[in-house]
Structure formats: structure tokens, C-alpha cells
Design a protein around this ligand. Structure first.
Ligand code: CUA
Length: 310
């Protein structure tokens, strides 16, 4: 599956479609008004320009009919835009119903994705079945963020301690780009995520896999696991093989299956993960993860462990 354009001009859900329609209609109405006004101004400039010997044009003050016309027409246009906006709001943001399918939590600078119904947690990659509206509850841990998948959802702010809600739906399978669209600090630009919309069967298989615990590591991976525990990685990251569940950093239980690392900053390849572990600050300055100054040998073991987290 390839990535999408992420453009609001190619909506793939009824919610995003309503917003795109409103934008296009408003743009056309404004374009027609602009053309009429600019045309009349241009015509008058040309037709009534000053010529040698012409007398001063007739001066008029007050014209009741004209004034009524230019008050009523804009009023009707505003009324029409108001009606279209209310309709778009209803279609793009219906009220939540029942328990949310997902709880998405904004952190500086990544997204925690909880699936309360299926009982697992992941990060920066949301899988959904095609064609079904997904109810998402939004929360944040530190500052305001804003959840937005231009092709699938409206924008919605995530507020620490106050739950907001958004609907998300994808009518075509694909990978859709999501962003944080409210400035939230140094790495606001790299607070991205992807939505993978897939067939109900593929989605169910993905869910089953996410529910499973991490595979017990062996060899170099087992040494890496010891490092992971000794180097305090476990203080921020969860690997679901114990009862501890810190969430200061992304859940890594199935890290190896994810498409990207650093909330979209790099594709999840062995070289990139090595670069990240060698010095996270060099890849994503300001990120909360410190440089652990790992030796090459430690890096090899830790990478073996992380790659085993399929
Ligand atoms: Cu989070 Cu901008």
C-alpha cells in the first residue's frame, strides 16, 4: 500500500467530503463575486476615465433602490453560506454514540493509540476497517495538540484533562497521512501519524496480532532485552510482557511491524532505527528520549531485541 496525498481535495469519508464540499462551494461563490466586482471596477475605470474637455460627471447622493439591492443580495449570500455551513457541521461532526472505538492521546511529540474494546495500545499508526465510522475520543498529556487526517476527519483539538471527540471513516483502502495541526513545541512538525484502512479480514488479523504479547527473545535479542531493562528504557516504554505499562514514550510491543519511527520522521528500517538509538536528539532535536551513548555492541543487541518485536 502506498501513502496518500493527504490533500483535502481528495476526501475519502463522508465527514471530510462535507468539509471539502463547503470549501469548494464557498470558493466558487467568492470567485463569482470577485469576478463581478473586479469586472465592474475595471469597466468603470476604462469607460469613465478622464478625457480632455469632458465635463465633471453627474454627482448622485443616495439611491434607495440601489441601496436595497446591495444590502439584500449580500444578506442572502451570507444566509446561504450559513445554511451550507450548518449542514457541513452536521455531516462532518455528528454527536458521539456509545463507547469510543479508540482513545487517541497527544504527547509531545507522538500519538498514543488505545483500543479499549480490543484491549491493546500502540503508537503513531492507526488501523481501521474500511467503510465503518470509527468513534475516537481525544485526550492529551501535556499541551494542546490537534488531531487531523485531512482526507478522513475534521480537525479536533486534544486538550489535557478534557475529552473531545471525532469520527473517522475511510471508504477506500489505503494509507492516509495524519498530522498535529496546532503548534505544540519544537517538534510540532514531526508529530505525524498514519491511518491504515484495510479490509475487515486484514483488520481483524492485525487486531489479533496487536493483542498478542511480545515474543520471548533469544540470543542477541535476549541480551538486548536485558539492556532494555537495565538502561531504563522501561521507565518510558512498554513492551507487553509484564504488568508495567508506562506511557511516557510509545508502546513498543510490536514496534517491528510499524511503518515509521519518531512519529513519521523516518521509515522504520534497521539503518534508521540504529541512527535513532545512536542519538535521538540528532534525528529529532528536542525529543524526550536522551542519548544513552550506547557502544556498538550494545546497539547490536538492543537492535536485535527491537527487531524481534514483531
Ligand atoms: Cu502536537 Cu502540534
Amino acid at each position: 500500500m502506498t501513502g496518500s496525498s493527504g490533500s483535502i481535495f481528495s476526501p475519502v469519508s463522508p465527514h471530510a467530503q462535507a468539509i471539502t464540499d463547503l470549501f469548494v462551494i464557498s470558493l466558487w461563490i467568492c470567485a463569482v463575486i470577485f469576478a463581478i466586482v473586479a469586472g465592474l471596477v475595471g469597466y468603470s475605470l476604462f469607460r469613465y476615465r478622464w478625457r480632455e474637455g469632458t465635463p465633471e460627471p453627474e454627482q448622485t447622493a443616495g439611491h434607495k433602490k440601489l441601496e436595497i439591492v446591495w444590502t439584500v443580495i449580500p444578506f442572502l449570500i451570507v444566509l446561504l453560506l450559513f445554511g451550507l455551513t450548518v449542514r457541513a457541521m452536521q455531516h462532518s461532526d455528528p454527536p458521539p454514540s456509545g463507547n469510543p472505538d479508540l482513545i487517541v492521546v497527544g504527547h509531545q511529540w507522538w500519538w498514543e493509540v488505545r483500543d479499549p474494546k480490543n484491549g491493546f495500545v500502540t503508537a503513531n499508526e492507526i488501523h481501521i476497517p474500511v467503510g465503518r465510522p470509527i468513534s475516537i475520543e481525544l485526550d492529551a498529556t501535556d499541551v494542546l495538540h490537534e488531531f487531523w487526517v485531512p482526507q478522513l476527519t475534521r480537525k479536533m483539538t486534544t486538550v489535557p484533562g478534557a475529552r473531545n471527540h471525532v469520527w473517522m471513516q475511510a471508504d477506500k483502502p489505503g494509507v492516509y497521512e495524519g498530522v498535529c495541526s496546532e503548534f505544540c513545541g519544537t517538534q510540532h512538525a514531526w508529530m505525524r501519524f498514519q491511518v491504515v484502512a484495510e479490509s475487515p479480514e486484514d483488520y481483524a488479523a492485525w487486531v489479533r496480532h496487536q493483542q498478542s504479547a511480545a515474543r520471548p527473545p533469544a540470543g542477541a535479542a535476549a541480551r538486548g532485552q536485558r539492556l532494555f531493562r537495565d538502561m531504563t528504557c522501561v521507565n518510558c516504554h512498554t513492551v507487553r510482557d509484564s504488568d508495567r505499562a508506562p506511557n511516557a514514550g510509545p508502546d513498543l510491543t510490536h514496534l517491528a511491524t510499524r511503518r515509521q519511527i519518531g512519529s513519521g520522521i523516518l521509515p522504520n528500517t534497521p539503518e534508521n532505527l540504529r541512527r535513532w538509538l545512536s542519538d535521538p536528539q540528532q534525528v529529532k532535536p528536542g525529543v524526550k528520549m536522551p542519548n544513552f551513548k550506547l557502544t556498538d555492541e550494545q546497539l547490536d543487541d538492543l537492535l536485535a531485541y527491537l527487531h524481534s518485536l514483531e
